[in-house]
Design a protein around this ligand. Structure first.
Ligand SMILES: NC(=O)c1ccc[n+]([C@@H]2O[C@H](COP(=O)([O-])OP(=O)(O)OC[C@H]3O[C@@H](n4cnc5c(N)ncnc54)[C@H](OP(=O)(O)O)[C@@H]3O)[C@@H](O)[C@H]2O)c1
Length: 325
């Protein structure tokens, strides 16, 4: 049987993406075959499509995407359509959501993932479209706030990029952990960020958060719009700066600040997400975590979805549907 997939064979603008037909993949003994209902276009994939950042080409391919990376789609939700003979973790028909990470491929009707991949039963109270948007941003926010910064009740947290995918979850999760949260966003997103629970908001178009005379335990820059150098002055001496981007520089700063007194940088990459997905699912099912979906496109319009994400202005998440909910 032939199924739809979006592929690209060279780095470039959204137009490098092509919709093709190809045979349905077959799961290996320890893999599940997923009928993909929804996926997303993340900022990371907009970068992968363009071959950026340059250091990332070590993973995605030096001069063009590696064969295994030619179909994007790192977040997904769907149904288990077949299982390999050694699979014990999932059953036929299970409704799942998950993360394909460095083996993307959810821009296709079907994809295979190892049963040990970052995959979990999807929240019962969401559509597939919402579930697909509840994977990477949410688990990355959790990884940085809980695992890297060891967030505690009563701490003061500044979230830069509070209206983005990681940011919308970071505001809510920091509140969930009992912190006092200040969100940095532009004028049009002030209401959204307040609705998500931020105690305070800074409009970056009219105010510089470093000049407010406030000090924070955690500064979480979800969108790479600040620097440790600039943020150091608003961090308490035992504070933590969390950058999601600029991995090369920020890994060096992580090592350097670990050896010195004063605020620390804690950079990293969240890759293994199974445990996080279970916790996040519980929060979503308890109505304690809202999934912000900005726009939804059918697979045939994935190029338009990339065009939109390329602008860097999305609110929360951009979803691509393969089957209507
Ligand atoms: N380290 C990791 O494990 C990891 C994991 C996932 C993603 N990432 C990386 O994290 C980055 C962010 O991803 P994302 O999907 O959360 O971003 P995103 O959703 O694309 O961020 C877009 C948002 O950023 C806001 N924004 C733009 N300029 C801003 C500024 N100067 N100050 C504050 N907000 C600003 C925009 O709001 P306005 O339009 O209102 O300005 C928009 O709502 C990406 O580079 C991605 O590759 C890292």
């Amino acid at each position: 049987m032939f199924v739809r997939a979006v592929v690209y064979t060279k780095f470039g603008p959204p137009e490098v993406l092509r919709l093709v037909e190809r045979p349905t993949p077959e799961p290996k003994p320890n893999e599940v075959l997923i009928r993909v209902h929804a996926t997303t276009v993340t900022s990371a994939e907009s970068g992968m499509r363009q071959g950026r950042p340059l250091w990332g080409r070590v993973i995605i391919g030096l001069t063009g995407p590696r064969r295994a990376m030619r179909t994007l789609g790192i977040e997904l939700s769907g149904e288990i359509a077949a299982i390999g003979e050694k699979v014990t973790r999932f059953r036929l028909g299970d409704k799942v959501f998950g993360f394909a990470g460095f083996q993307p491929g959810a821009n296709a009707d079907y994809m295979c993932l190892r049963q040990t991949a970052s995959l979990a039963i999807k929240p019962a109270n969401t559509t597939f479209a919402q579930a697909a948007a509840a994977v990477d941003g949410s688990s990355t926010a959790l990884f940085f706030l809980r695992d890297k910064a060891n967030i505690k009740p009563g701490q003061r947290v500044l979230v830069i990029g509070a209206s983005g995918s990681i940011g919308t979850y970071a505001v809510q999760l920091a509140k969930h952990f009992g912190a006092h949260v200040t969100g940095v966003c532009s004028t049009r997103n002030l209401d959204l960020v307040r609705e998500l629970g931020a105690d305070d908001v800074v409009d970056y178009t009219t105010e510089d958060f470093t000049k407010r005379g406030e000090r924070y335990d955690i500064v979480f820059d979800t969108v790479g719009k600040s620097s440790y150098r600039r943020c150091r002055r608003v961090l308490r001496d035992d504070g933590v700066y969390l950058p999601t981007t600029g991995l090369v520089t920020n890994n060096l700063l992580t090592a350097w600040t670990a050896m010195r007194r004063g605020p620390k940088v804690k950079a990293g990459m969240s890759v293994e997400k199974s445990e996080a997905l279970v916790l996040l699912r519980d929060l979503i099912e308890a109505d304690s975590l809202r999934i912000v979906v900005d726009k939804t496109y059918p697979l045939e319009r994935v190029t338009d979805a990339h065009r939109y994400v390329d602008q860097g202005r999305k609110r929360g998440n951009v979803v691509v549907t393969l089957i209507d909910d």
